[in-house]
Design a protein around this ligand. Structure first.
Ligand SMILES: CC(C)(COP(=O)(O)OP(=O)(O)OC[C@H]1O[C@@H](n2cnc3c(N)ncnc32)[C@H](O)[C@@H]1OP(=O)(O)O)[C@@H](O)C(=O)NCCC(=O)NCCS
Length: 185
């Protein structure tokens, strides 16, 4: 399983020793309240933990825990999950409020996308965000994702963002490095 570095973050799949920190993160409304899946109870978080582990084994891609490269603290997570509705692999990302507004999501998404189109060999990824969640939409737009359509749901509108590998390669310029803005360890 991959471990990546960006200038300010270390990304690695969760390990068995991370379970209590994982349950705390997934139960934190500041971190998970805006996600489609919402805040998780400890039992739900344990199931999610297991599904992340299985996804890494099955697809060679999944969700990374994000650690501050300076002090080593868990500050959020970012990665891709395969949806069970046939829409393919979708981005998931969240940061603790203490670590927002500094472009860290941009770093994490950049590493995730480069890994998805590089080592993992995906051809297309999607992201779905509530259109009122400007930071989330902006982060995807800056990563080169295009708003394909709006999904209307009771009380909200969700933006379906898409990025194709060929467009990502074109955007990265001739002969892009598969390593992107990070180093593999
Ligand atoms: C979405 C999230 C990961 C963005 O992380 P971040 O590191 O703070 O984002 P960045 O600092 O890279 O900012 C990205 C862009 O959003 C903008 N932005 C940040 N906060 C914003 C806000 N509250 N309102 C509007 N724009 C905002 C930034 O100005 C930046 O835009 P720019 O590139 O034009 O300057 C973070 O806000 C978060 O964890 N939110 C809760 C979880 C969540 O919503 N996840 C996505 C679910 S779909």
């Amino acid at each position: 399983m991959s471990e990546l570095r960006t200038p300010r973050l270390r990304l690695r799949p969760y390990g068995a020793g991370d379970l209590s920190a994982f349950i705390a993160l997934h139960g934190n409304p500041d971190a998970f309240g805006m996600l489609q899946t919402g805040v998780e109870s400890p039992d739900q978080a344990r199931r999610t933990f297991e599904s992340y582990r299985q996804a890494w084994q099955r697809f060679g891609i999944g969700v990374w825990a994000l650690f501050d490269a300076g002090d080593g603290r868990l500050v959020g997570e970012c990665g891709l999950r395969r949806r069970d509705d046939g829409m393919g692999f979708a981005l998931r990302y969240t940061l603790l409020p203490s670590h927002r507004g500094r472009g860290l999501a941009q770093e994490a998404l950049g590493a995730t996308i480069a890994h998805a189109f590089g080592a993992a060999g995906l051809l297309r990824i999607i992201g779905i965000a509530d259109l009122r969640n400007h930071a989330s939409c902006r982060v995807m737009e800056r990563a080169g994702m295009a708003l394909e359509r709006v999904l209307r749901r009771p009380g909200k509108e969700l933006g379906l963002y898409v990025l194709m590998r060929r467009d990502w390669l074109r955007r990265a310029g001739p002969g892009p490095s598969m390593s992107g803005p990070f180093t593999r360890r």
